[in-house]
Design a protein around this ligand. Structure first.
Ligand SMILES: [Zn+2]
Length: 364
Protein backbone atom coordinates (compact mmCIF):
# COMPACT_ATOMS: atom_id res chain seq x y z
CA UNK A 1 0.00 0.00 0.00
CA UNK A 2 1.11 3.56 -0.70
CA UNK A 3 2.65 4.79 2.59
CA UNK A 4 0.92 8.18 2.38
CA UNK A 5 -2.53 6.69 2.02
CA UNK A 6 -1.75 4.19 4.79
CA UNK A 7 -0.87 7.07 7.14
CA UNK A 8 -3.97 9.01 6.13
CA UNK A 9 -6.16 5.95 6.68
CA UNK A 10 -4.89 5.32 10.20
CA UNK A 11 -5.26 9.01 11.11
CA UNK A 12 -8.84 8.92 9.85
CA UNK A 13 -9.51 5.65 11.70
CA UNK A 14 -8.25 7.16 14.97
CA UNK A 15 -10.29 10.31 14.45
CA UNK A 16 -13.51 8.42 13.68
CA UNK A 17 -13.02 6.11 16.63
CA UNK A 18 -12.40 9.01 19.01
CA UNK A 19 -15.32 11.21 17.91
CA UNK A 20 -17.76 8.37 18.58
CA UNK A 21 -16.73 7.98 22.22
CA UNK A 22 -19.05 10.14 24.35
CA UNK A 23 -17.10 12.26 26.84
CA UNK A 24 -18.99 15.30 27.99
CA UNK A 25 -17.04 17.29 30.60
CA UNK A 26 -16.72 15.32 33.82
CA UNK A 27 -17.31 11.96 32.08
CA UNK A 28 -14.05 11.43 30.24
CA UNK A 29 -13.43 7.90 31.55
CA UNK A 30 -14.03 5.99 28.30
CA UNK A 31 -11.91 8.16 26.06
CA UNK A 32 -9.17 8.21 28.70
CA UNK A 33 -9.09 4.38 28.66
CA UNK A 34 -8.97 4.20 24.87
CA UNK A 35 -6.20 6.76 24.72
CA UNK A 36 -4.25 5.08 27.48
CA UNK A 37 -4.12 1.90 25.38
CA UNK A 38 -3.19 3.73 22.20
CA UNK A 39 -0.38 5.63 23.92
CA UNK A 40 0.95 2.50 25.60
CA UNK A 41 0.95 0.72 22.22
CA UNK A 42 3.06 3.58 20.86
CA UNK A 43 5.60 2.98 23.61
CA UNK A 44 4.72 5.96 25.81
CA UNK A 45 4.79 5.81 29.57
CA UNK A 46 1.33 6.93 30.73
CA UNK A 47 0.15 8.30 34.07
CA UNK A 48 -3.07 9.84 35.31
CA UNK A 49 -3.49 12.42 38.06
CA UNK A 50 -6.23 12.85 40.65
CA UNK A 51 -8.20 15.19 38.41
CA UNK A 52 -8.29 12.57 35.65
CA UNK A 53 -5.76 14.23 33.37
CA UNK A 54 -3.65 11.85 31.32
CA UNK A 55 0.08 12.48 30.96
CA UNK A 56 2.38 10.52 28.67
CA UNK A 57 6.08 10.55 27.90
CA UNK A 58 7.88 9.32 24.83
CA UNK A 59 11.54 8.83 25.72
CA UNK A 60 14.06 10.77 23.67
CA UNK A 61 17.67 11.85 23.48
CA UNK A 62 18.44 13.51 26.86
CA UNK A 63 20.89 15.89 25.19
CA UNK A 64 18.02 17.48 23.25
CA UNK A 65 15.25 19.71 24.65
CA UNK A 66 11.93 18.00 25.40
CA UNK A 67 8.73 19.23 23.74
CA UNK A 68 5.23 19.12 25.21
CA UNK A 69 1.79 19.09 23.60
CA UNK A 70 -1.68 19.10 25.07
CA UNK A 71 -5.27 18.52 23.98
CA UNK A 72 -8.49 18.16 25.97
CA UNK A 73 -10.50 14.99 26.47
CA UNK A 74 -13.97 16.45 27.01
CA UNK A 75 -16.59 17.81 24.65
CA UNK A 76 -19.55 20.13 25.05
CA UNK A 77 -22.89 18.33 25.68
CA UNK A 78 -24.31 16.74 22.56
CA UNK A 79 -26.38 14.00 21.01
CA UNK A 80 -24.26 10.97 20.00
CA UNK A 81 -21.95 12.02 17.16
CA UNK A 82 -23.07 11.09 13.66
CA UNK A 83 -20.83 11.93 10.75
CA UNK A 84 -20.62 11.74 6.98
CA UNK A 85 -17.54 11.91 4.78
CA UNK A 86 -17.47 14.03 1.68
CA UNK A 87 -14.08 13.95 -0.05
CA UNK A 88 -11.50 15.24 2.41
CA UNK A 89 -14.18 16.64 4.72
CA UNK A 90 -15.76 14.93 7.69
CA UNK A 91 -19.05 16.61 8.60
CA UNK A 92 -21.50 16.25 11.39
CA UNK A 93 -24.81 15.03 9.94
CA UNK A 94 -26.43 18.05 11.60
CA UNK A 95 -27.90 16.27 14.65
CA UNK A 96 -24.84 16.66 16.86
CA UNK A 97 -21.47 18.31 17.14
CA UNK A 98 -18.64 16.47 15.34
CA UNK A 99 -16.34 16.58 18.40
CA UNK A 100 -13.40 17.51 16.15
CA UNK A 101 -12.87 20.00 18.99
CA UNK A 102 -10.72 18.46 20.33
CA UNK A 103 -10.46 15.00 18.74
CA UNK A 104 -8.70 16.45 15.69
CA UNK A 105 -5.91 17.62 18.01
CA UNK A 106 -5.70 14.24 19.76
CA UNK A 107 -5.71 12.19 16.52
CA UNK A 108 -3.08 14.44 14.90
CA UNK A 109 -0.87 14.21 17.98
CA UNK A 110 -0.99 10.39 17.91
CA UNK A 111 -0.20 10.45 14.19
CA UNK A 112 2.63 12.95 14.71
CA UNK A 113 4.23 10.63 17.28
CA UNK A 114 3.88 7.64 14.94
CA UNK A 115 5.56 9.51 12.12
CA UNK A 116 8.33 10.59 14.46
CA UNK A 117 9.03 7.00 15.39
CA UNK A 118 8.89 5.80 11.79
CA UNK A 119 11.19 8.62 10.64
CA UNK A 120 13.94 7.44 12.95
CA UNK A 121 15.21 11.02 13.49
CA UNK A 122 17.02 11.86 16.70
CA UNK A 123 14.59 13.75 18.94
CA UNK A 124 14.16 14.95 22.49
CA UNK A 125 11.64 13.56 24.93
CA UNK A 126 8.02 14.17 23.87
CA UNK A 127 5.42 14.90 26.54
CA UNK A 128 1.68 14.75 25.99
CA UNK A 129 -0.98 16.07 28.33
CA UNK A 130 -4.67 15.29 27.87
CA UNK A 131 -6.80 17.45 30.14
CA UNK A 132 -10.31 16.94 31.51
CA UNK A 133 -13.10 19.50 31.89
CA UNK A 134 -11.60 22.11 29.58
CA UNK A 135 -15.04 23.15 28.35
CA UNK A 136 -16.34 23.96 31.83
CA UNK A 137 -13.68 26.35 33.07
CA UNK A 138 -10.30 24.83 32.13
CA UNK A 139 -10.50 22.78 35.31
CA UNK A 140 -8.15 19.96 34.31
CA UNK A 141 -5.40 22.40 33.34
CA UNK A 142 -5.91 24.31 36.60
CA UNK A 143 -5.56 21.11 38.64
CA UNK A 144 -2.61 19.60 36.74
CA UNK A 145 0.79 19.63 38.44
CA UNK A 146 3.02 21.41 35.91
CA UNK A 147 6.10 20.06 37.68
CA UNK A 148 5.52 16.91 35.64
CA UNK A 149 6.35 18.81 32.44
CA UNK A 150 10.06 19.00 31.62
CA UNK A 151 9.61 20.87 28.34
CA UNK A 152 9.99 24.66 28.63
CA UNK A 153 6.72 25.09 26.72
CA UNK A 154 3.37 23.42 26.04
CA UNK A 155 1.79 23.59 22.59
CA UNK A 156 -1.97 23.35 22.98
CA UNK A 157 -3.74 21.61 20.08
CA UNK A 158 -7.15 23.19 20.40
CA UNK A 159 -8.39 25.75 17.93
CA UNK A 160 -10.34 25.88 14.69
CA UNK A 161 -8.56 26.96 11.52
CA UNK A 162 -5.87 25.68 9.22
CA UNK A 163 -2.41 24.53 10.21
CA UNK A 164 0.09 26.20 10.37
CA UNK A 165 -1.82 28.95 12.11
CA UNK A 166 -0.83 29.81 15.67
CA UNK A 167 -3.03 31.52 18.24
CA UNK A 168 -0.39 33.72 19.85
CA UNK A 169 -2.72 35.43 22.33
CA UNK A 170 -6.04 35.21 24.13
CA UNK A 171 -7.95 37.73 26.26
CA UNK A 172 -8.44 37.98 29.99
CA UNK A 173 -12.02 37.49 31.11
CA UNK A 174 -13.88 39.13 33.97
CA UNK A 175 -17.21 37.71 35.13
CA UNK A 176 -19.76 40.25 36.36
CA UNK A 177 -22.86 39.97 38.49
CA UNK A 178 -25.29 42.73 39.46
CA UNK A 179 -28.00 42.27 42.08
CA UNK A 180 -30.63 45.02 42.31
CA UNK A 181 -32.64 45.32 45.49
CA UNK A 182 -35.81 47.41 45.22
CA UNK A 183 -39.03 47.70 47.17
CA UNK A 184 -42.14 45.59 46.55
CA UNK A 185 -45.58 47.16 46.35
CA UNK A 186 -49.00 46.33 44.89
CA UNK A 187 -48.67 47.21 41.21
CA UNK A 188 -52.31 48.30 40.91
CA UNK A 189 -53.22 49.98 44.19
CA UNK A 190 -50.02 51.68 45.35
CA UNK A 191 -47.23 51.44 42.75
CA UNK A 192 -45.73 54.73 43.95
CA UNK A 193 -44.69 52.98 47.18
CA UNK A 194 -42.48 50.54 45.25
CA UNK A 195 -39.04 50.81 43.65
CA UNK A 196 -38.60 48.50 40.69
CA UNK A 197 -35.43 46.42 40.60
CA UNK A 198 -36.34 45.30 37.05
CA UNK A 199 -36.55 48.89 35.86
CA UNK A 200 -33.15 49.65 37.33
CA UNK A 201 -31.70 46.57 35.67
CA UNK A 202 -33.13 47.55 32.28
CA UNK A 203 -31.86 51.10 32.67
CA UNK A 204 -28.41 49.81 33.59
CA UNK A 205 -28.23 47.63 30.48
CA UNK A 206 -29.34 50.50 28.27
CA UNK A 207 -26.50 52.60 29.69
CA UNK A 208 -23.76 49.97 29.14
CA UNK A 209 -21.58 49.65 26.05
CA UNK A 210 -21.92 45.99 25.07
CA UNK A 211 -20.92 43.72 22.18
CA UNK A 212 -17.69 44.55 20.42
CA UNK A 213 -16.18 47.51 22.21
CA UNK A 214 -13.01 47.69 20.10
CA UNK A 215 -10.65 45.34 18.30
CA UNK A 216 -9.39 43.89 21.59
CA UNK A 217 -12.40 44.17 23.87
CA UNK A 218 -15.90 42.65 24.10
CA UNK A 219 -18.66 42.76 26.72
CA UNK A 220 -21.96 40.98 27.23
CA UNK A 221 -24.85 40.69 29.63
CA UNK A 222 -25.87 37.07 29.12
CA UNK A 223 -28.55 36.29 31.71
CA UNK A 224 -31.22 38.25 33.53
CA UNK A 225 -33.86 37.25 36.01
CA UNK A 226 -36.12 39.07 38.39
CA UNK A 227 -39.58 39.82 39.71
CA UNK A 228 -42.15 37.52 41.30
CA UNK A 229 -45.52 38.30 39.73
CA UNK A 230 -47.11 40.71 37.27
CA UNK A 231 -49.01 42.53 40.00
CA UNK A 232 -46.00 43.19 42.22
CA UNK A 233 -43.46 45.95 41.74
CA UNK A 234 -40.32 43.77 41.50
CA UNK A 235 -38.18 43.78 44.59
CA UNK A 236 -35.28 41.85 43.11
CA UNK A 237 -33.53 41.55 39.77
CA UNK A 238 -30.22 40.07 38.85
CA UNK A 239 -28.04 39.92 35.78
CA UNK A 240 -24.74 38.30 34.93
CA UNK A 241 -22.31 38.90 32.13
CA UNK A 242 -18.70 39.18 31.17
CA UNK A 243 -16.06 41.45 29.71
CA UNK A 244 -12.99 40.32 27.78
CA UNK A 245 -9.94 42.15 26.52
CA UNK A 246 -6.45 41.45 25.26
CA UNK A 247 -5.43 44.66 27.04
CA UNK A 248 -5.46 44.84 30.85
CA UNK A 249 -6.18 48.58 30.99
CA UNK A 250 -9.07 48.31 28.56
CA UNK A 251 -10.58 45.43 30.51
CA UNK A 252 -10.42 47.38 33.74
CA UNK A 253 -12.00 50.42 32.07
CA UNK A 254 -14.80 48.30 30.60
CA UNK A 255 -15.59 46.63 33.91
CA UNK A 256 -15.58 49.99 35.67
CA UNK A 257 -17.95 51.44 33.09
CA UNK A 258 -20.41 48.55 33.57
CA UNK A 259 -20.34 48.91 37.34
CA UNK A 260 -20.85 52.66 37.10
CA UNK A 261 -23.80 52.14 34.74
CA UNK A 262 -25.42 49.82 37.28
CA UNK A 263 -24.82 52.29 40.12
CA UNK A 264 -26.19 55.17 38.10
CA UNK A 265 -29.33 53.20 37.17
CA UNK A 266 -29.90 52.08 40.75
CA UNK A 267 -29.73 55.68 41.95
CA UNK A 268 -32.06 56.87 39.18
CA UNK A 269 -34.74 54.38 40.24
CA UNK A 270 -34.07 54.56 43.96
CA UNK A 271 -32.92 50.97 44.51
CA UNK A 272 -29.70 49.39 45.79
CA UNK A 273 -27.25 47.45 43.68
CA UNK A 274 -24.48 45.04 44.63
CA UNK A 275 -21.88 44.52 41.91
CA UNK A 276 -19.46 41.57 41.96
CA UNK A 277 -16.67 40.93 39.55
CA UNK A 278 -14.25 38.08 39.37
CA UNK A 279 -11.31 37.31 37.08
CA UNK A 280 -12.09 34.00 35.37
CA UNK A 281 -8.74 33.68 33.63
CA UNK A 282 -5.75 35.77 32.60
CA UNK A 283 -4.93 36.55 28.99
CA UNK A 284 -1.58 36.12 27.32
CA UNK A 285 0.24 37.25 24.20
CA UNK A 286 3.52 35.99 22.79
CA UNK A 287 5.37 38.93 21.20
CA UNK A 288 6.91 39.06 17.72
CA UNK A 289 10.24 37.28 17.70
CA UNK A 290 9.34 35.02 20.60
CA UNK A 291 11.59 31.93 20.33
CA UNK A 292 8.63 29.54 20.62
CA UNK A 293 6.84 31.25 17.72
CA UNK A 294 10.08 31.21 15.70
CA UNK A 295 10.56 27.50 16.35
CA UNK A 296 7.02 26.45 15.34
CA UNK A 297 7.27 28.81 12.34
CA UNK A 298 10.48 27.11 11.14
CA UNK A 299 8.88 23.70 11.60
CA UNK A 300 5.91 24.86 9.48
CA UNK A 301 8.26 26.07 6.76
CA UNK A 302 10.02 22.69 6.77
CA UNK A 303 6.61 21.11 6.05
CA UNK A 304 5.83 23.67 3.30
CA UNK A 305 2.89 24.97 5.34
CA UNK A 306 1.84 28.62 5.39
CA UNK A 307 2.66 29.98 8.83
CA UNK A 308 0.39 32.68 10.25
CA UNK A 309 -0.41 34.24 13.61
CA UNK A 310 -3.77 35.16 15.06
CA UNK A 311 -5.41 36.00 18.38
CA UNK A 312 -8.36 34.21 19.95
CA UNK A 313 -11.52 35.65 21.47
CA UNK A 314 -11.91 32.67 23.79
CA UNK A 315 -9.75 30.92 26.33
CA UNK A 316 -7.96 27.59 26.24
CA UNK A 317 -5.70 25.60 28.53
CA UNK A 318 -2.88 27.85 27.23
CA UNK A 319 -4.32 30.73 29.34
CA UNK A 320 -3.85 28.61 32.44
CA UNK A 321 -0.39 27.30 31.55
CA UNK A 322 0.88 30.83 30.80
CA UNK A 323 -0.66 32.26 33.97
CA UNK A 324 1.04 29.48 35.94
CA UNK A 325 4.44 30.23 34.43
CA UNK A 326 4.70 27.64 31.64
CA UNK A 327 4.96 29.28 28.24
CA UNK A 328 2.19 28.10 25.97
CA UNK A 329 0.52 28.85 22.67
CA UNK A 330 -2.22 27.23 20.59
CA UNK A 331 -1.95 25.49 17.21
CA UNK A 332 -4.94 25.40 14.82
CA UNK A 333 -6.21 21.90 14.17
CA UNK A 334 -8.10 21.88 10.85
CA UNK A 335 -11.63 21.95 12.21
CA UNK A 336 -14.37 24.54 11.71
CA UNK A 337 -17.60 25.47 13.51
CA UNK A 338 -16.77 23.97 16.92
CA UNK A 339 -19.65 23.66 19.46
CA UNK A 340 -22.22 23.66 16.61
CA UNK A 341 -24.11 21.03 14.64
CA UNK A 342 -22.33 22.32 11.52
CA UNK A 343 -18.91 21.35 12.84
CA UNK A 344 -16.58 19.83 10.23
CA UNK A 345 -12.95 18.78 9.94
CA UNK A 346 -10.54 18.46 7.05
CA UNK A 347 -8.59 15.20 6.84
CA UNK A 348 -5.98 16.96 4.73
CA UNK A 349 -5.52 19.66 7.37
CA UNK A 350 -5.36 17.13 10.20
CA UNK A 351 -2.65 15.40 8.22
CA UNK A 352 -0.84 18.74 7.79
CA UNK A 353 -1.13 19.22 11.54
CA UNK A 354 0.37 15.76 12.17
CA UNK A 355 3.30 16.59 9.84
CA UNK A 356 3.79 19.92 11.59
CA UNK A 357 3.70 18.32 15.04
CA UNK A 358 6.22 15.72 13.92
CA UNK A 359 8.54 18.45 12.56
CA UNK A 360 8.28 20.31 15.91
CA UNK A 361 9.14 17.12 17.80
CA UNK A 362 12.13 16.61 15.51
CA UNK A 363 13.46 20.10 16.18
CA UNK A 364 13.97 19.23 19.84
ZN1 LIG B 1 -11.54 22.77 22.51
Amino acid sequence: MNPDSHRRDRLLADFLELIQIPSVSGSEELVRQVLLLKLSDLGLKVETDEAGNLFARLPGDPSLLPSAFSAHLDTVPSEPVRYRIDGEWIHSTGESILAADDRAGIAALLEGARRLQEGGTRHGEVEMLFTVEEEIGLRGAKAFDLEWVRSPFILVLDHGGPPARVVRGAPSLEKLRFRFQGLAAHAGTEPEKGASAVRALALAISRMSLGRIDEETTANIGQIKGGDADNIIPERAEMTGEARSHDHGKLEAQVKEMIQAAQWAAKEVGVEVISDCQREFEGYCLPDGDPLLEMVGKAALACSLTFSLTKAGGASDANIFNARGKKSTVLCCGYYGPHTRQEKASLKEMEDLARWICAIMERH
